[in-house]
Design a protein around this ligand. Structure first.
Ligand code: PHE
Length: 351
């Protein structure tokens, strides 16, 4: 074996000993770099006689090419090894147990709303939905609420604008009662032909749950809260029906037959007479305490007229209850704000 073959052998061994592309580049420099062994051999040619220079020069060139070929081969091998290692590291282990997605849950107030809709639905009530940004007409005027009523003040109501052409602007609805008017007007329109012919109109029986807004915030009041409106209008609907509907509803909602209902005289501009509704449990932690759960009353003749109906013929009741309050009672929660803070430590308890 001559010195050139030995050099190729040495290069092959050095290249094979490298584990990374950087190490390989260092090894390459030892042979092919500026001060590398092949380069040194080339420099040595200058001292040789012309004939020898030719053959020796050709041999050195061949040597250089052989080393370059070895280098390319090793580069490829290292790149392949790196790819294999990466594939192995990223390999999917299909035998691992799957990761679970977090399962969400219904908000406790949404649960109450679903219960309310199901119970009233079973009593033949339709469920209606309406805008949260409401017109002054539906929120106040159509509900017989005069211009100087305190509920209309800026202290109580979030106004969106106060410059509408009719003098009353838009506001965040302060209660769900505007839905009485919106729903009844649609109902009357739908049955206009029958009404015009003097035939009896099918009864209006509806609930309208949703968000409402007032300038108010403490442990039992939140600026955004929920209400559920109810309206039942027909030719012969009385307080007796209201009491039986409420009794059925609350007994179902709280899954308790030991529950009594009382009406306490009150005032609302859109009902006459009006009553607050209280309930009391005969057992359990709240035993014997009267709890206010709704406002109600016989719909005022002016409001019936705004529905587009004759108050001499059509009569009925309306109520507005607080699903947030009902949820607090059902689950024994004492601060309303907890429902709207969005803290999962609280909310996940209701899953
Ligand atoms: N809208 C009334 C309130 O927010 C409740 C109510 C509704 C009272 C319907 C009577 C009839 O306080």
């Amino acid at each position: 074996m001559n010195d050139l073959d030995q050099l190729v052998g040495a290069a092959q061994a050095d290249f094979a000993a490298t584990a990374t592309p950087a190490e390989l580049e260092n090894a390459k420099a030892r042979f092919l770099g500026k001060a590398g062994q092949v380069t040194e051999l080339m420099k040595g040619l200058a001292a040789l006689p012309v004939e020898e220079k030719k053959t020796r020069g050709a041999e050195i060139n061949q040597t250089k090419q052989r080393i370059e070929a070895l280098l390319t081969e090793r580069r490829q091998a290292l790149a392949d090894a790196e790819l294999q290692a990466q594939l192995k590291a990223e390999a999917l282990d299909v035998t691992l147990p799957g990761r679970q997605r977090g399962t969400g849950g219904l908000h406790p107030v949404s649960r109450s709303l679903e219960r309310i809709e199901a119970i009233f639905g079973s009593m033949g009530f339709d469920v209606a939905d309406g805008p949260e940004i409401e017109e002054d007409w539906f929120n106040f005027t159509a509900l017989n609420t005069p211009a100087d009523h305190p509920a209309r003040s800026m202290h109580d109501t979030f106004y969106v604008d106060t410059t509408a052409p009719d003098g009353g602007g838009h506001l965040l609805r302060t209660h769900t009662s505007p839905m009485q008017v919106r729903y009844a007007v649609q109902h009357v329109k739908k049955h206009a032909a029958r009404i015009a012919a003097g035939e009896a109109m099918p009864e209006i029986r509806v609930i309208a749950p949703g968000r409402t807004y007032r300038v108010d915030s403490d442990a039992t009041h939140s600026p955004m809260f929920h209400q559920c409106e109810g309206l039942w209008i027909g030719e012969n609907v009385s307080f007796k029906d209201l009491k039986s509907v409420f009794t059925d509803f609350f007994r179902n909602f709280f899954e308790s037959d030991d529950l009594t209902i009382r009406f306490r005289p009150s005032f609302f501009p859109f009902t006459e007479p009006s009553a607050e509704v209280d309930i009391a449990f005969a057992s359990g932690p709240l035993k014997g305490r009267w709890l206010e759960v709704a406002g109600s009353g016989q719909v005022h003749p002016n409001v019936v007229r705004n529905f587009g109906l004759d108050p001499e013929r059509y009569i009925g009741f309306a109520f507005g209850m607080g699903p947030d309050r009902l949820t607090m009672l059902r689950y024994g929660v004492n601060d309303l704000r907890l429902f709207f803070d969005g803290d999962l430590r609280f909310l996940s308890q209701f899953k």
